[in-house]
Ligand binder design. Structure first.
Ligand SMILES: [Zn+2]
Length: 255
């Protein structure tokens, strides 16, 4: 509990600092962020011309359920997922941090890295996205580019291509319903030094997990879960990968 309080305090501090710091760079980034959100909301309506056999079958209506594809075929066109799961939601993990004197270290959605060359520094942006329909289909993807917007698009595309099915259920001893609000049993995932254990929880518990894990579980359609984590969990990329690894194990006994 004290940890949570500290976290809340830090958040408040950050907010205050954000208000105080009026550096131009910060404002610029904030403006960019706002613009991108507006851009992201506009749906691009253009006719999809499938280029793979699988895509053609999906467009002709021969495949109506994404479960027929997952695990059997490799999805090469993100439009296949758009077609079969029209209510797909998108979220981004905070994998990077802001630079600068005042608001520096603040968590950002993109990670900025640099290559040193003779001409100067060449920055690259990386973004990590998660897509999910809230009914057991979820995928994460990493994209990088020289600007934040294309990196974001690449991440969404990769997330759609990596979509997998997870099994929901109610395996809690404190709850005897048969609704798919939690996970069927205890699962564990690991990536790098990050290790996460997810436990089933009774209805009304909520997601007892870090903020980045919450984003993943919410889009997967899980409402209640307990968790334990070990290792360098502030490495967000490995943290969410470990979390997804754990979720994937919910299907290990299903054929
Ligand atoms: Zn239950």
């Amino acid at each position: 509990m004290p940890k949570e309080k500290e976290k809340a305090k830090e958040e408040v501090k950050e907010k205050i600092e954000a208000k105080d710091s009026g550096s131009e760079e910060e404002e610029k980034i904030e403006k960019e962020e706002a613009q991108e959100v507006v851009k992201g909301e506009k749906p691009e309506e253009s006719e999809w011309i499938p280029r793979t056999k699988l895509g053609k079958m999906v467009k002709e209506g021969k495949i109506k359920d994404i479960d027929e594809i997952i695990g059997k075929y490799k999805i090469l066109e993100p439009e296949i997922v758009d077609y079969l799961l029209p209510d797909l939601q998108i979220d981004f993990f905070a994998i990077g941090q802001a630079k600068g004197k005042f608001g520096g270290g603040k968590r950002r959605l993109w990670r900025q890295t640099q290559k040193k060359t003779a001409e100067g520094n060449v920055p690259t942006f990386g973004v990590m996205a998660v897509v999910g329909d809230g009914r057991g289909h979820v995928g994460i993807g990493y994209g990088k580019a020289k600007e934040t917007l294309p990196a974001r698009e690449k991440a969404i595309r990769n997330a759609k291509l990596n979509i997998t099915r997870i099994e929901r259920g109610c395996g809690s001893f404190d709850c005897s319903c048969n609704e798919p609000h939690s996970i069927p049993y205890r699962v564990e995932g690991k990536c790098g030094s990050c290790r996460i254990v997810l436990y089933p929880a009774p209805q009304g518990t909520g997601l007892v997990i870090g903020d980045e894990g919450k984003k993943l579980l919410r889009l997967a359609g899980i409402k209640d879960v307990y968790s334990r984590s070990f290792g360098q969990t502030r490495t967000t990329i490995n943290y969410v990968k470990a979390c997804l690894e754990a979720l994937k194990k919910t299907t290990q006994y299903i054929k």
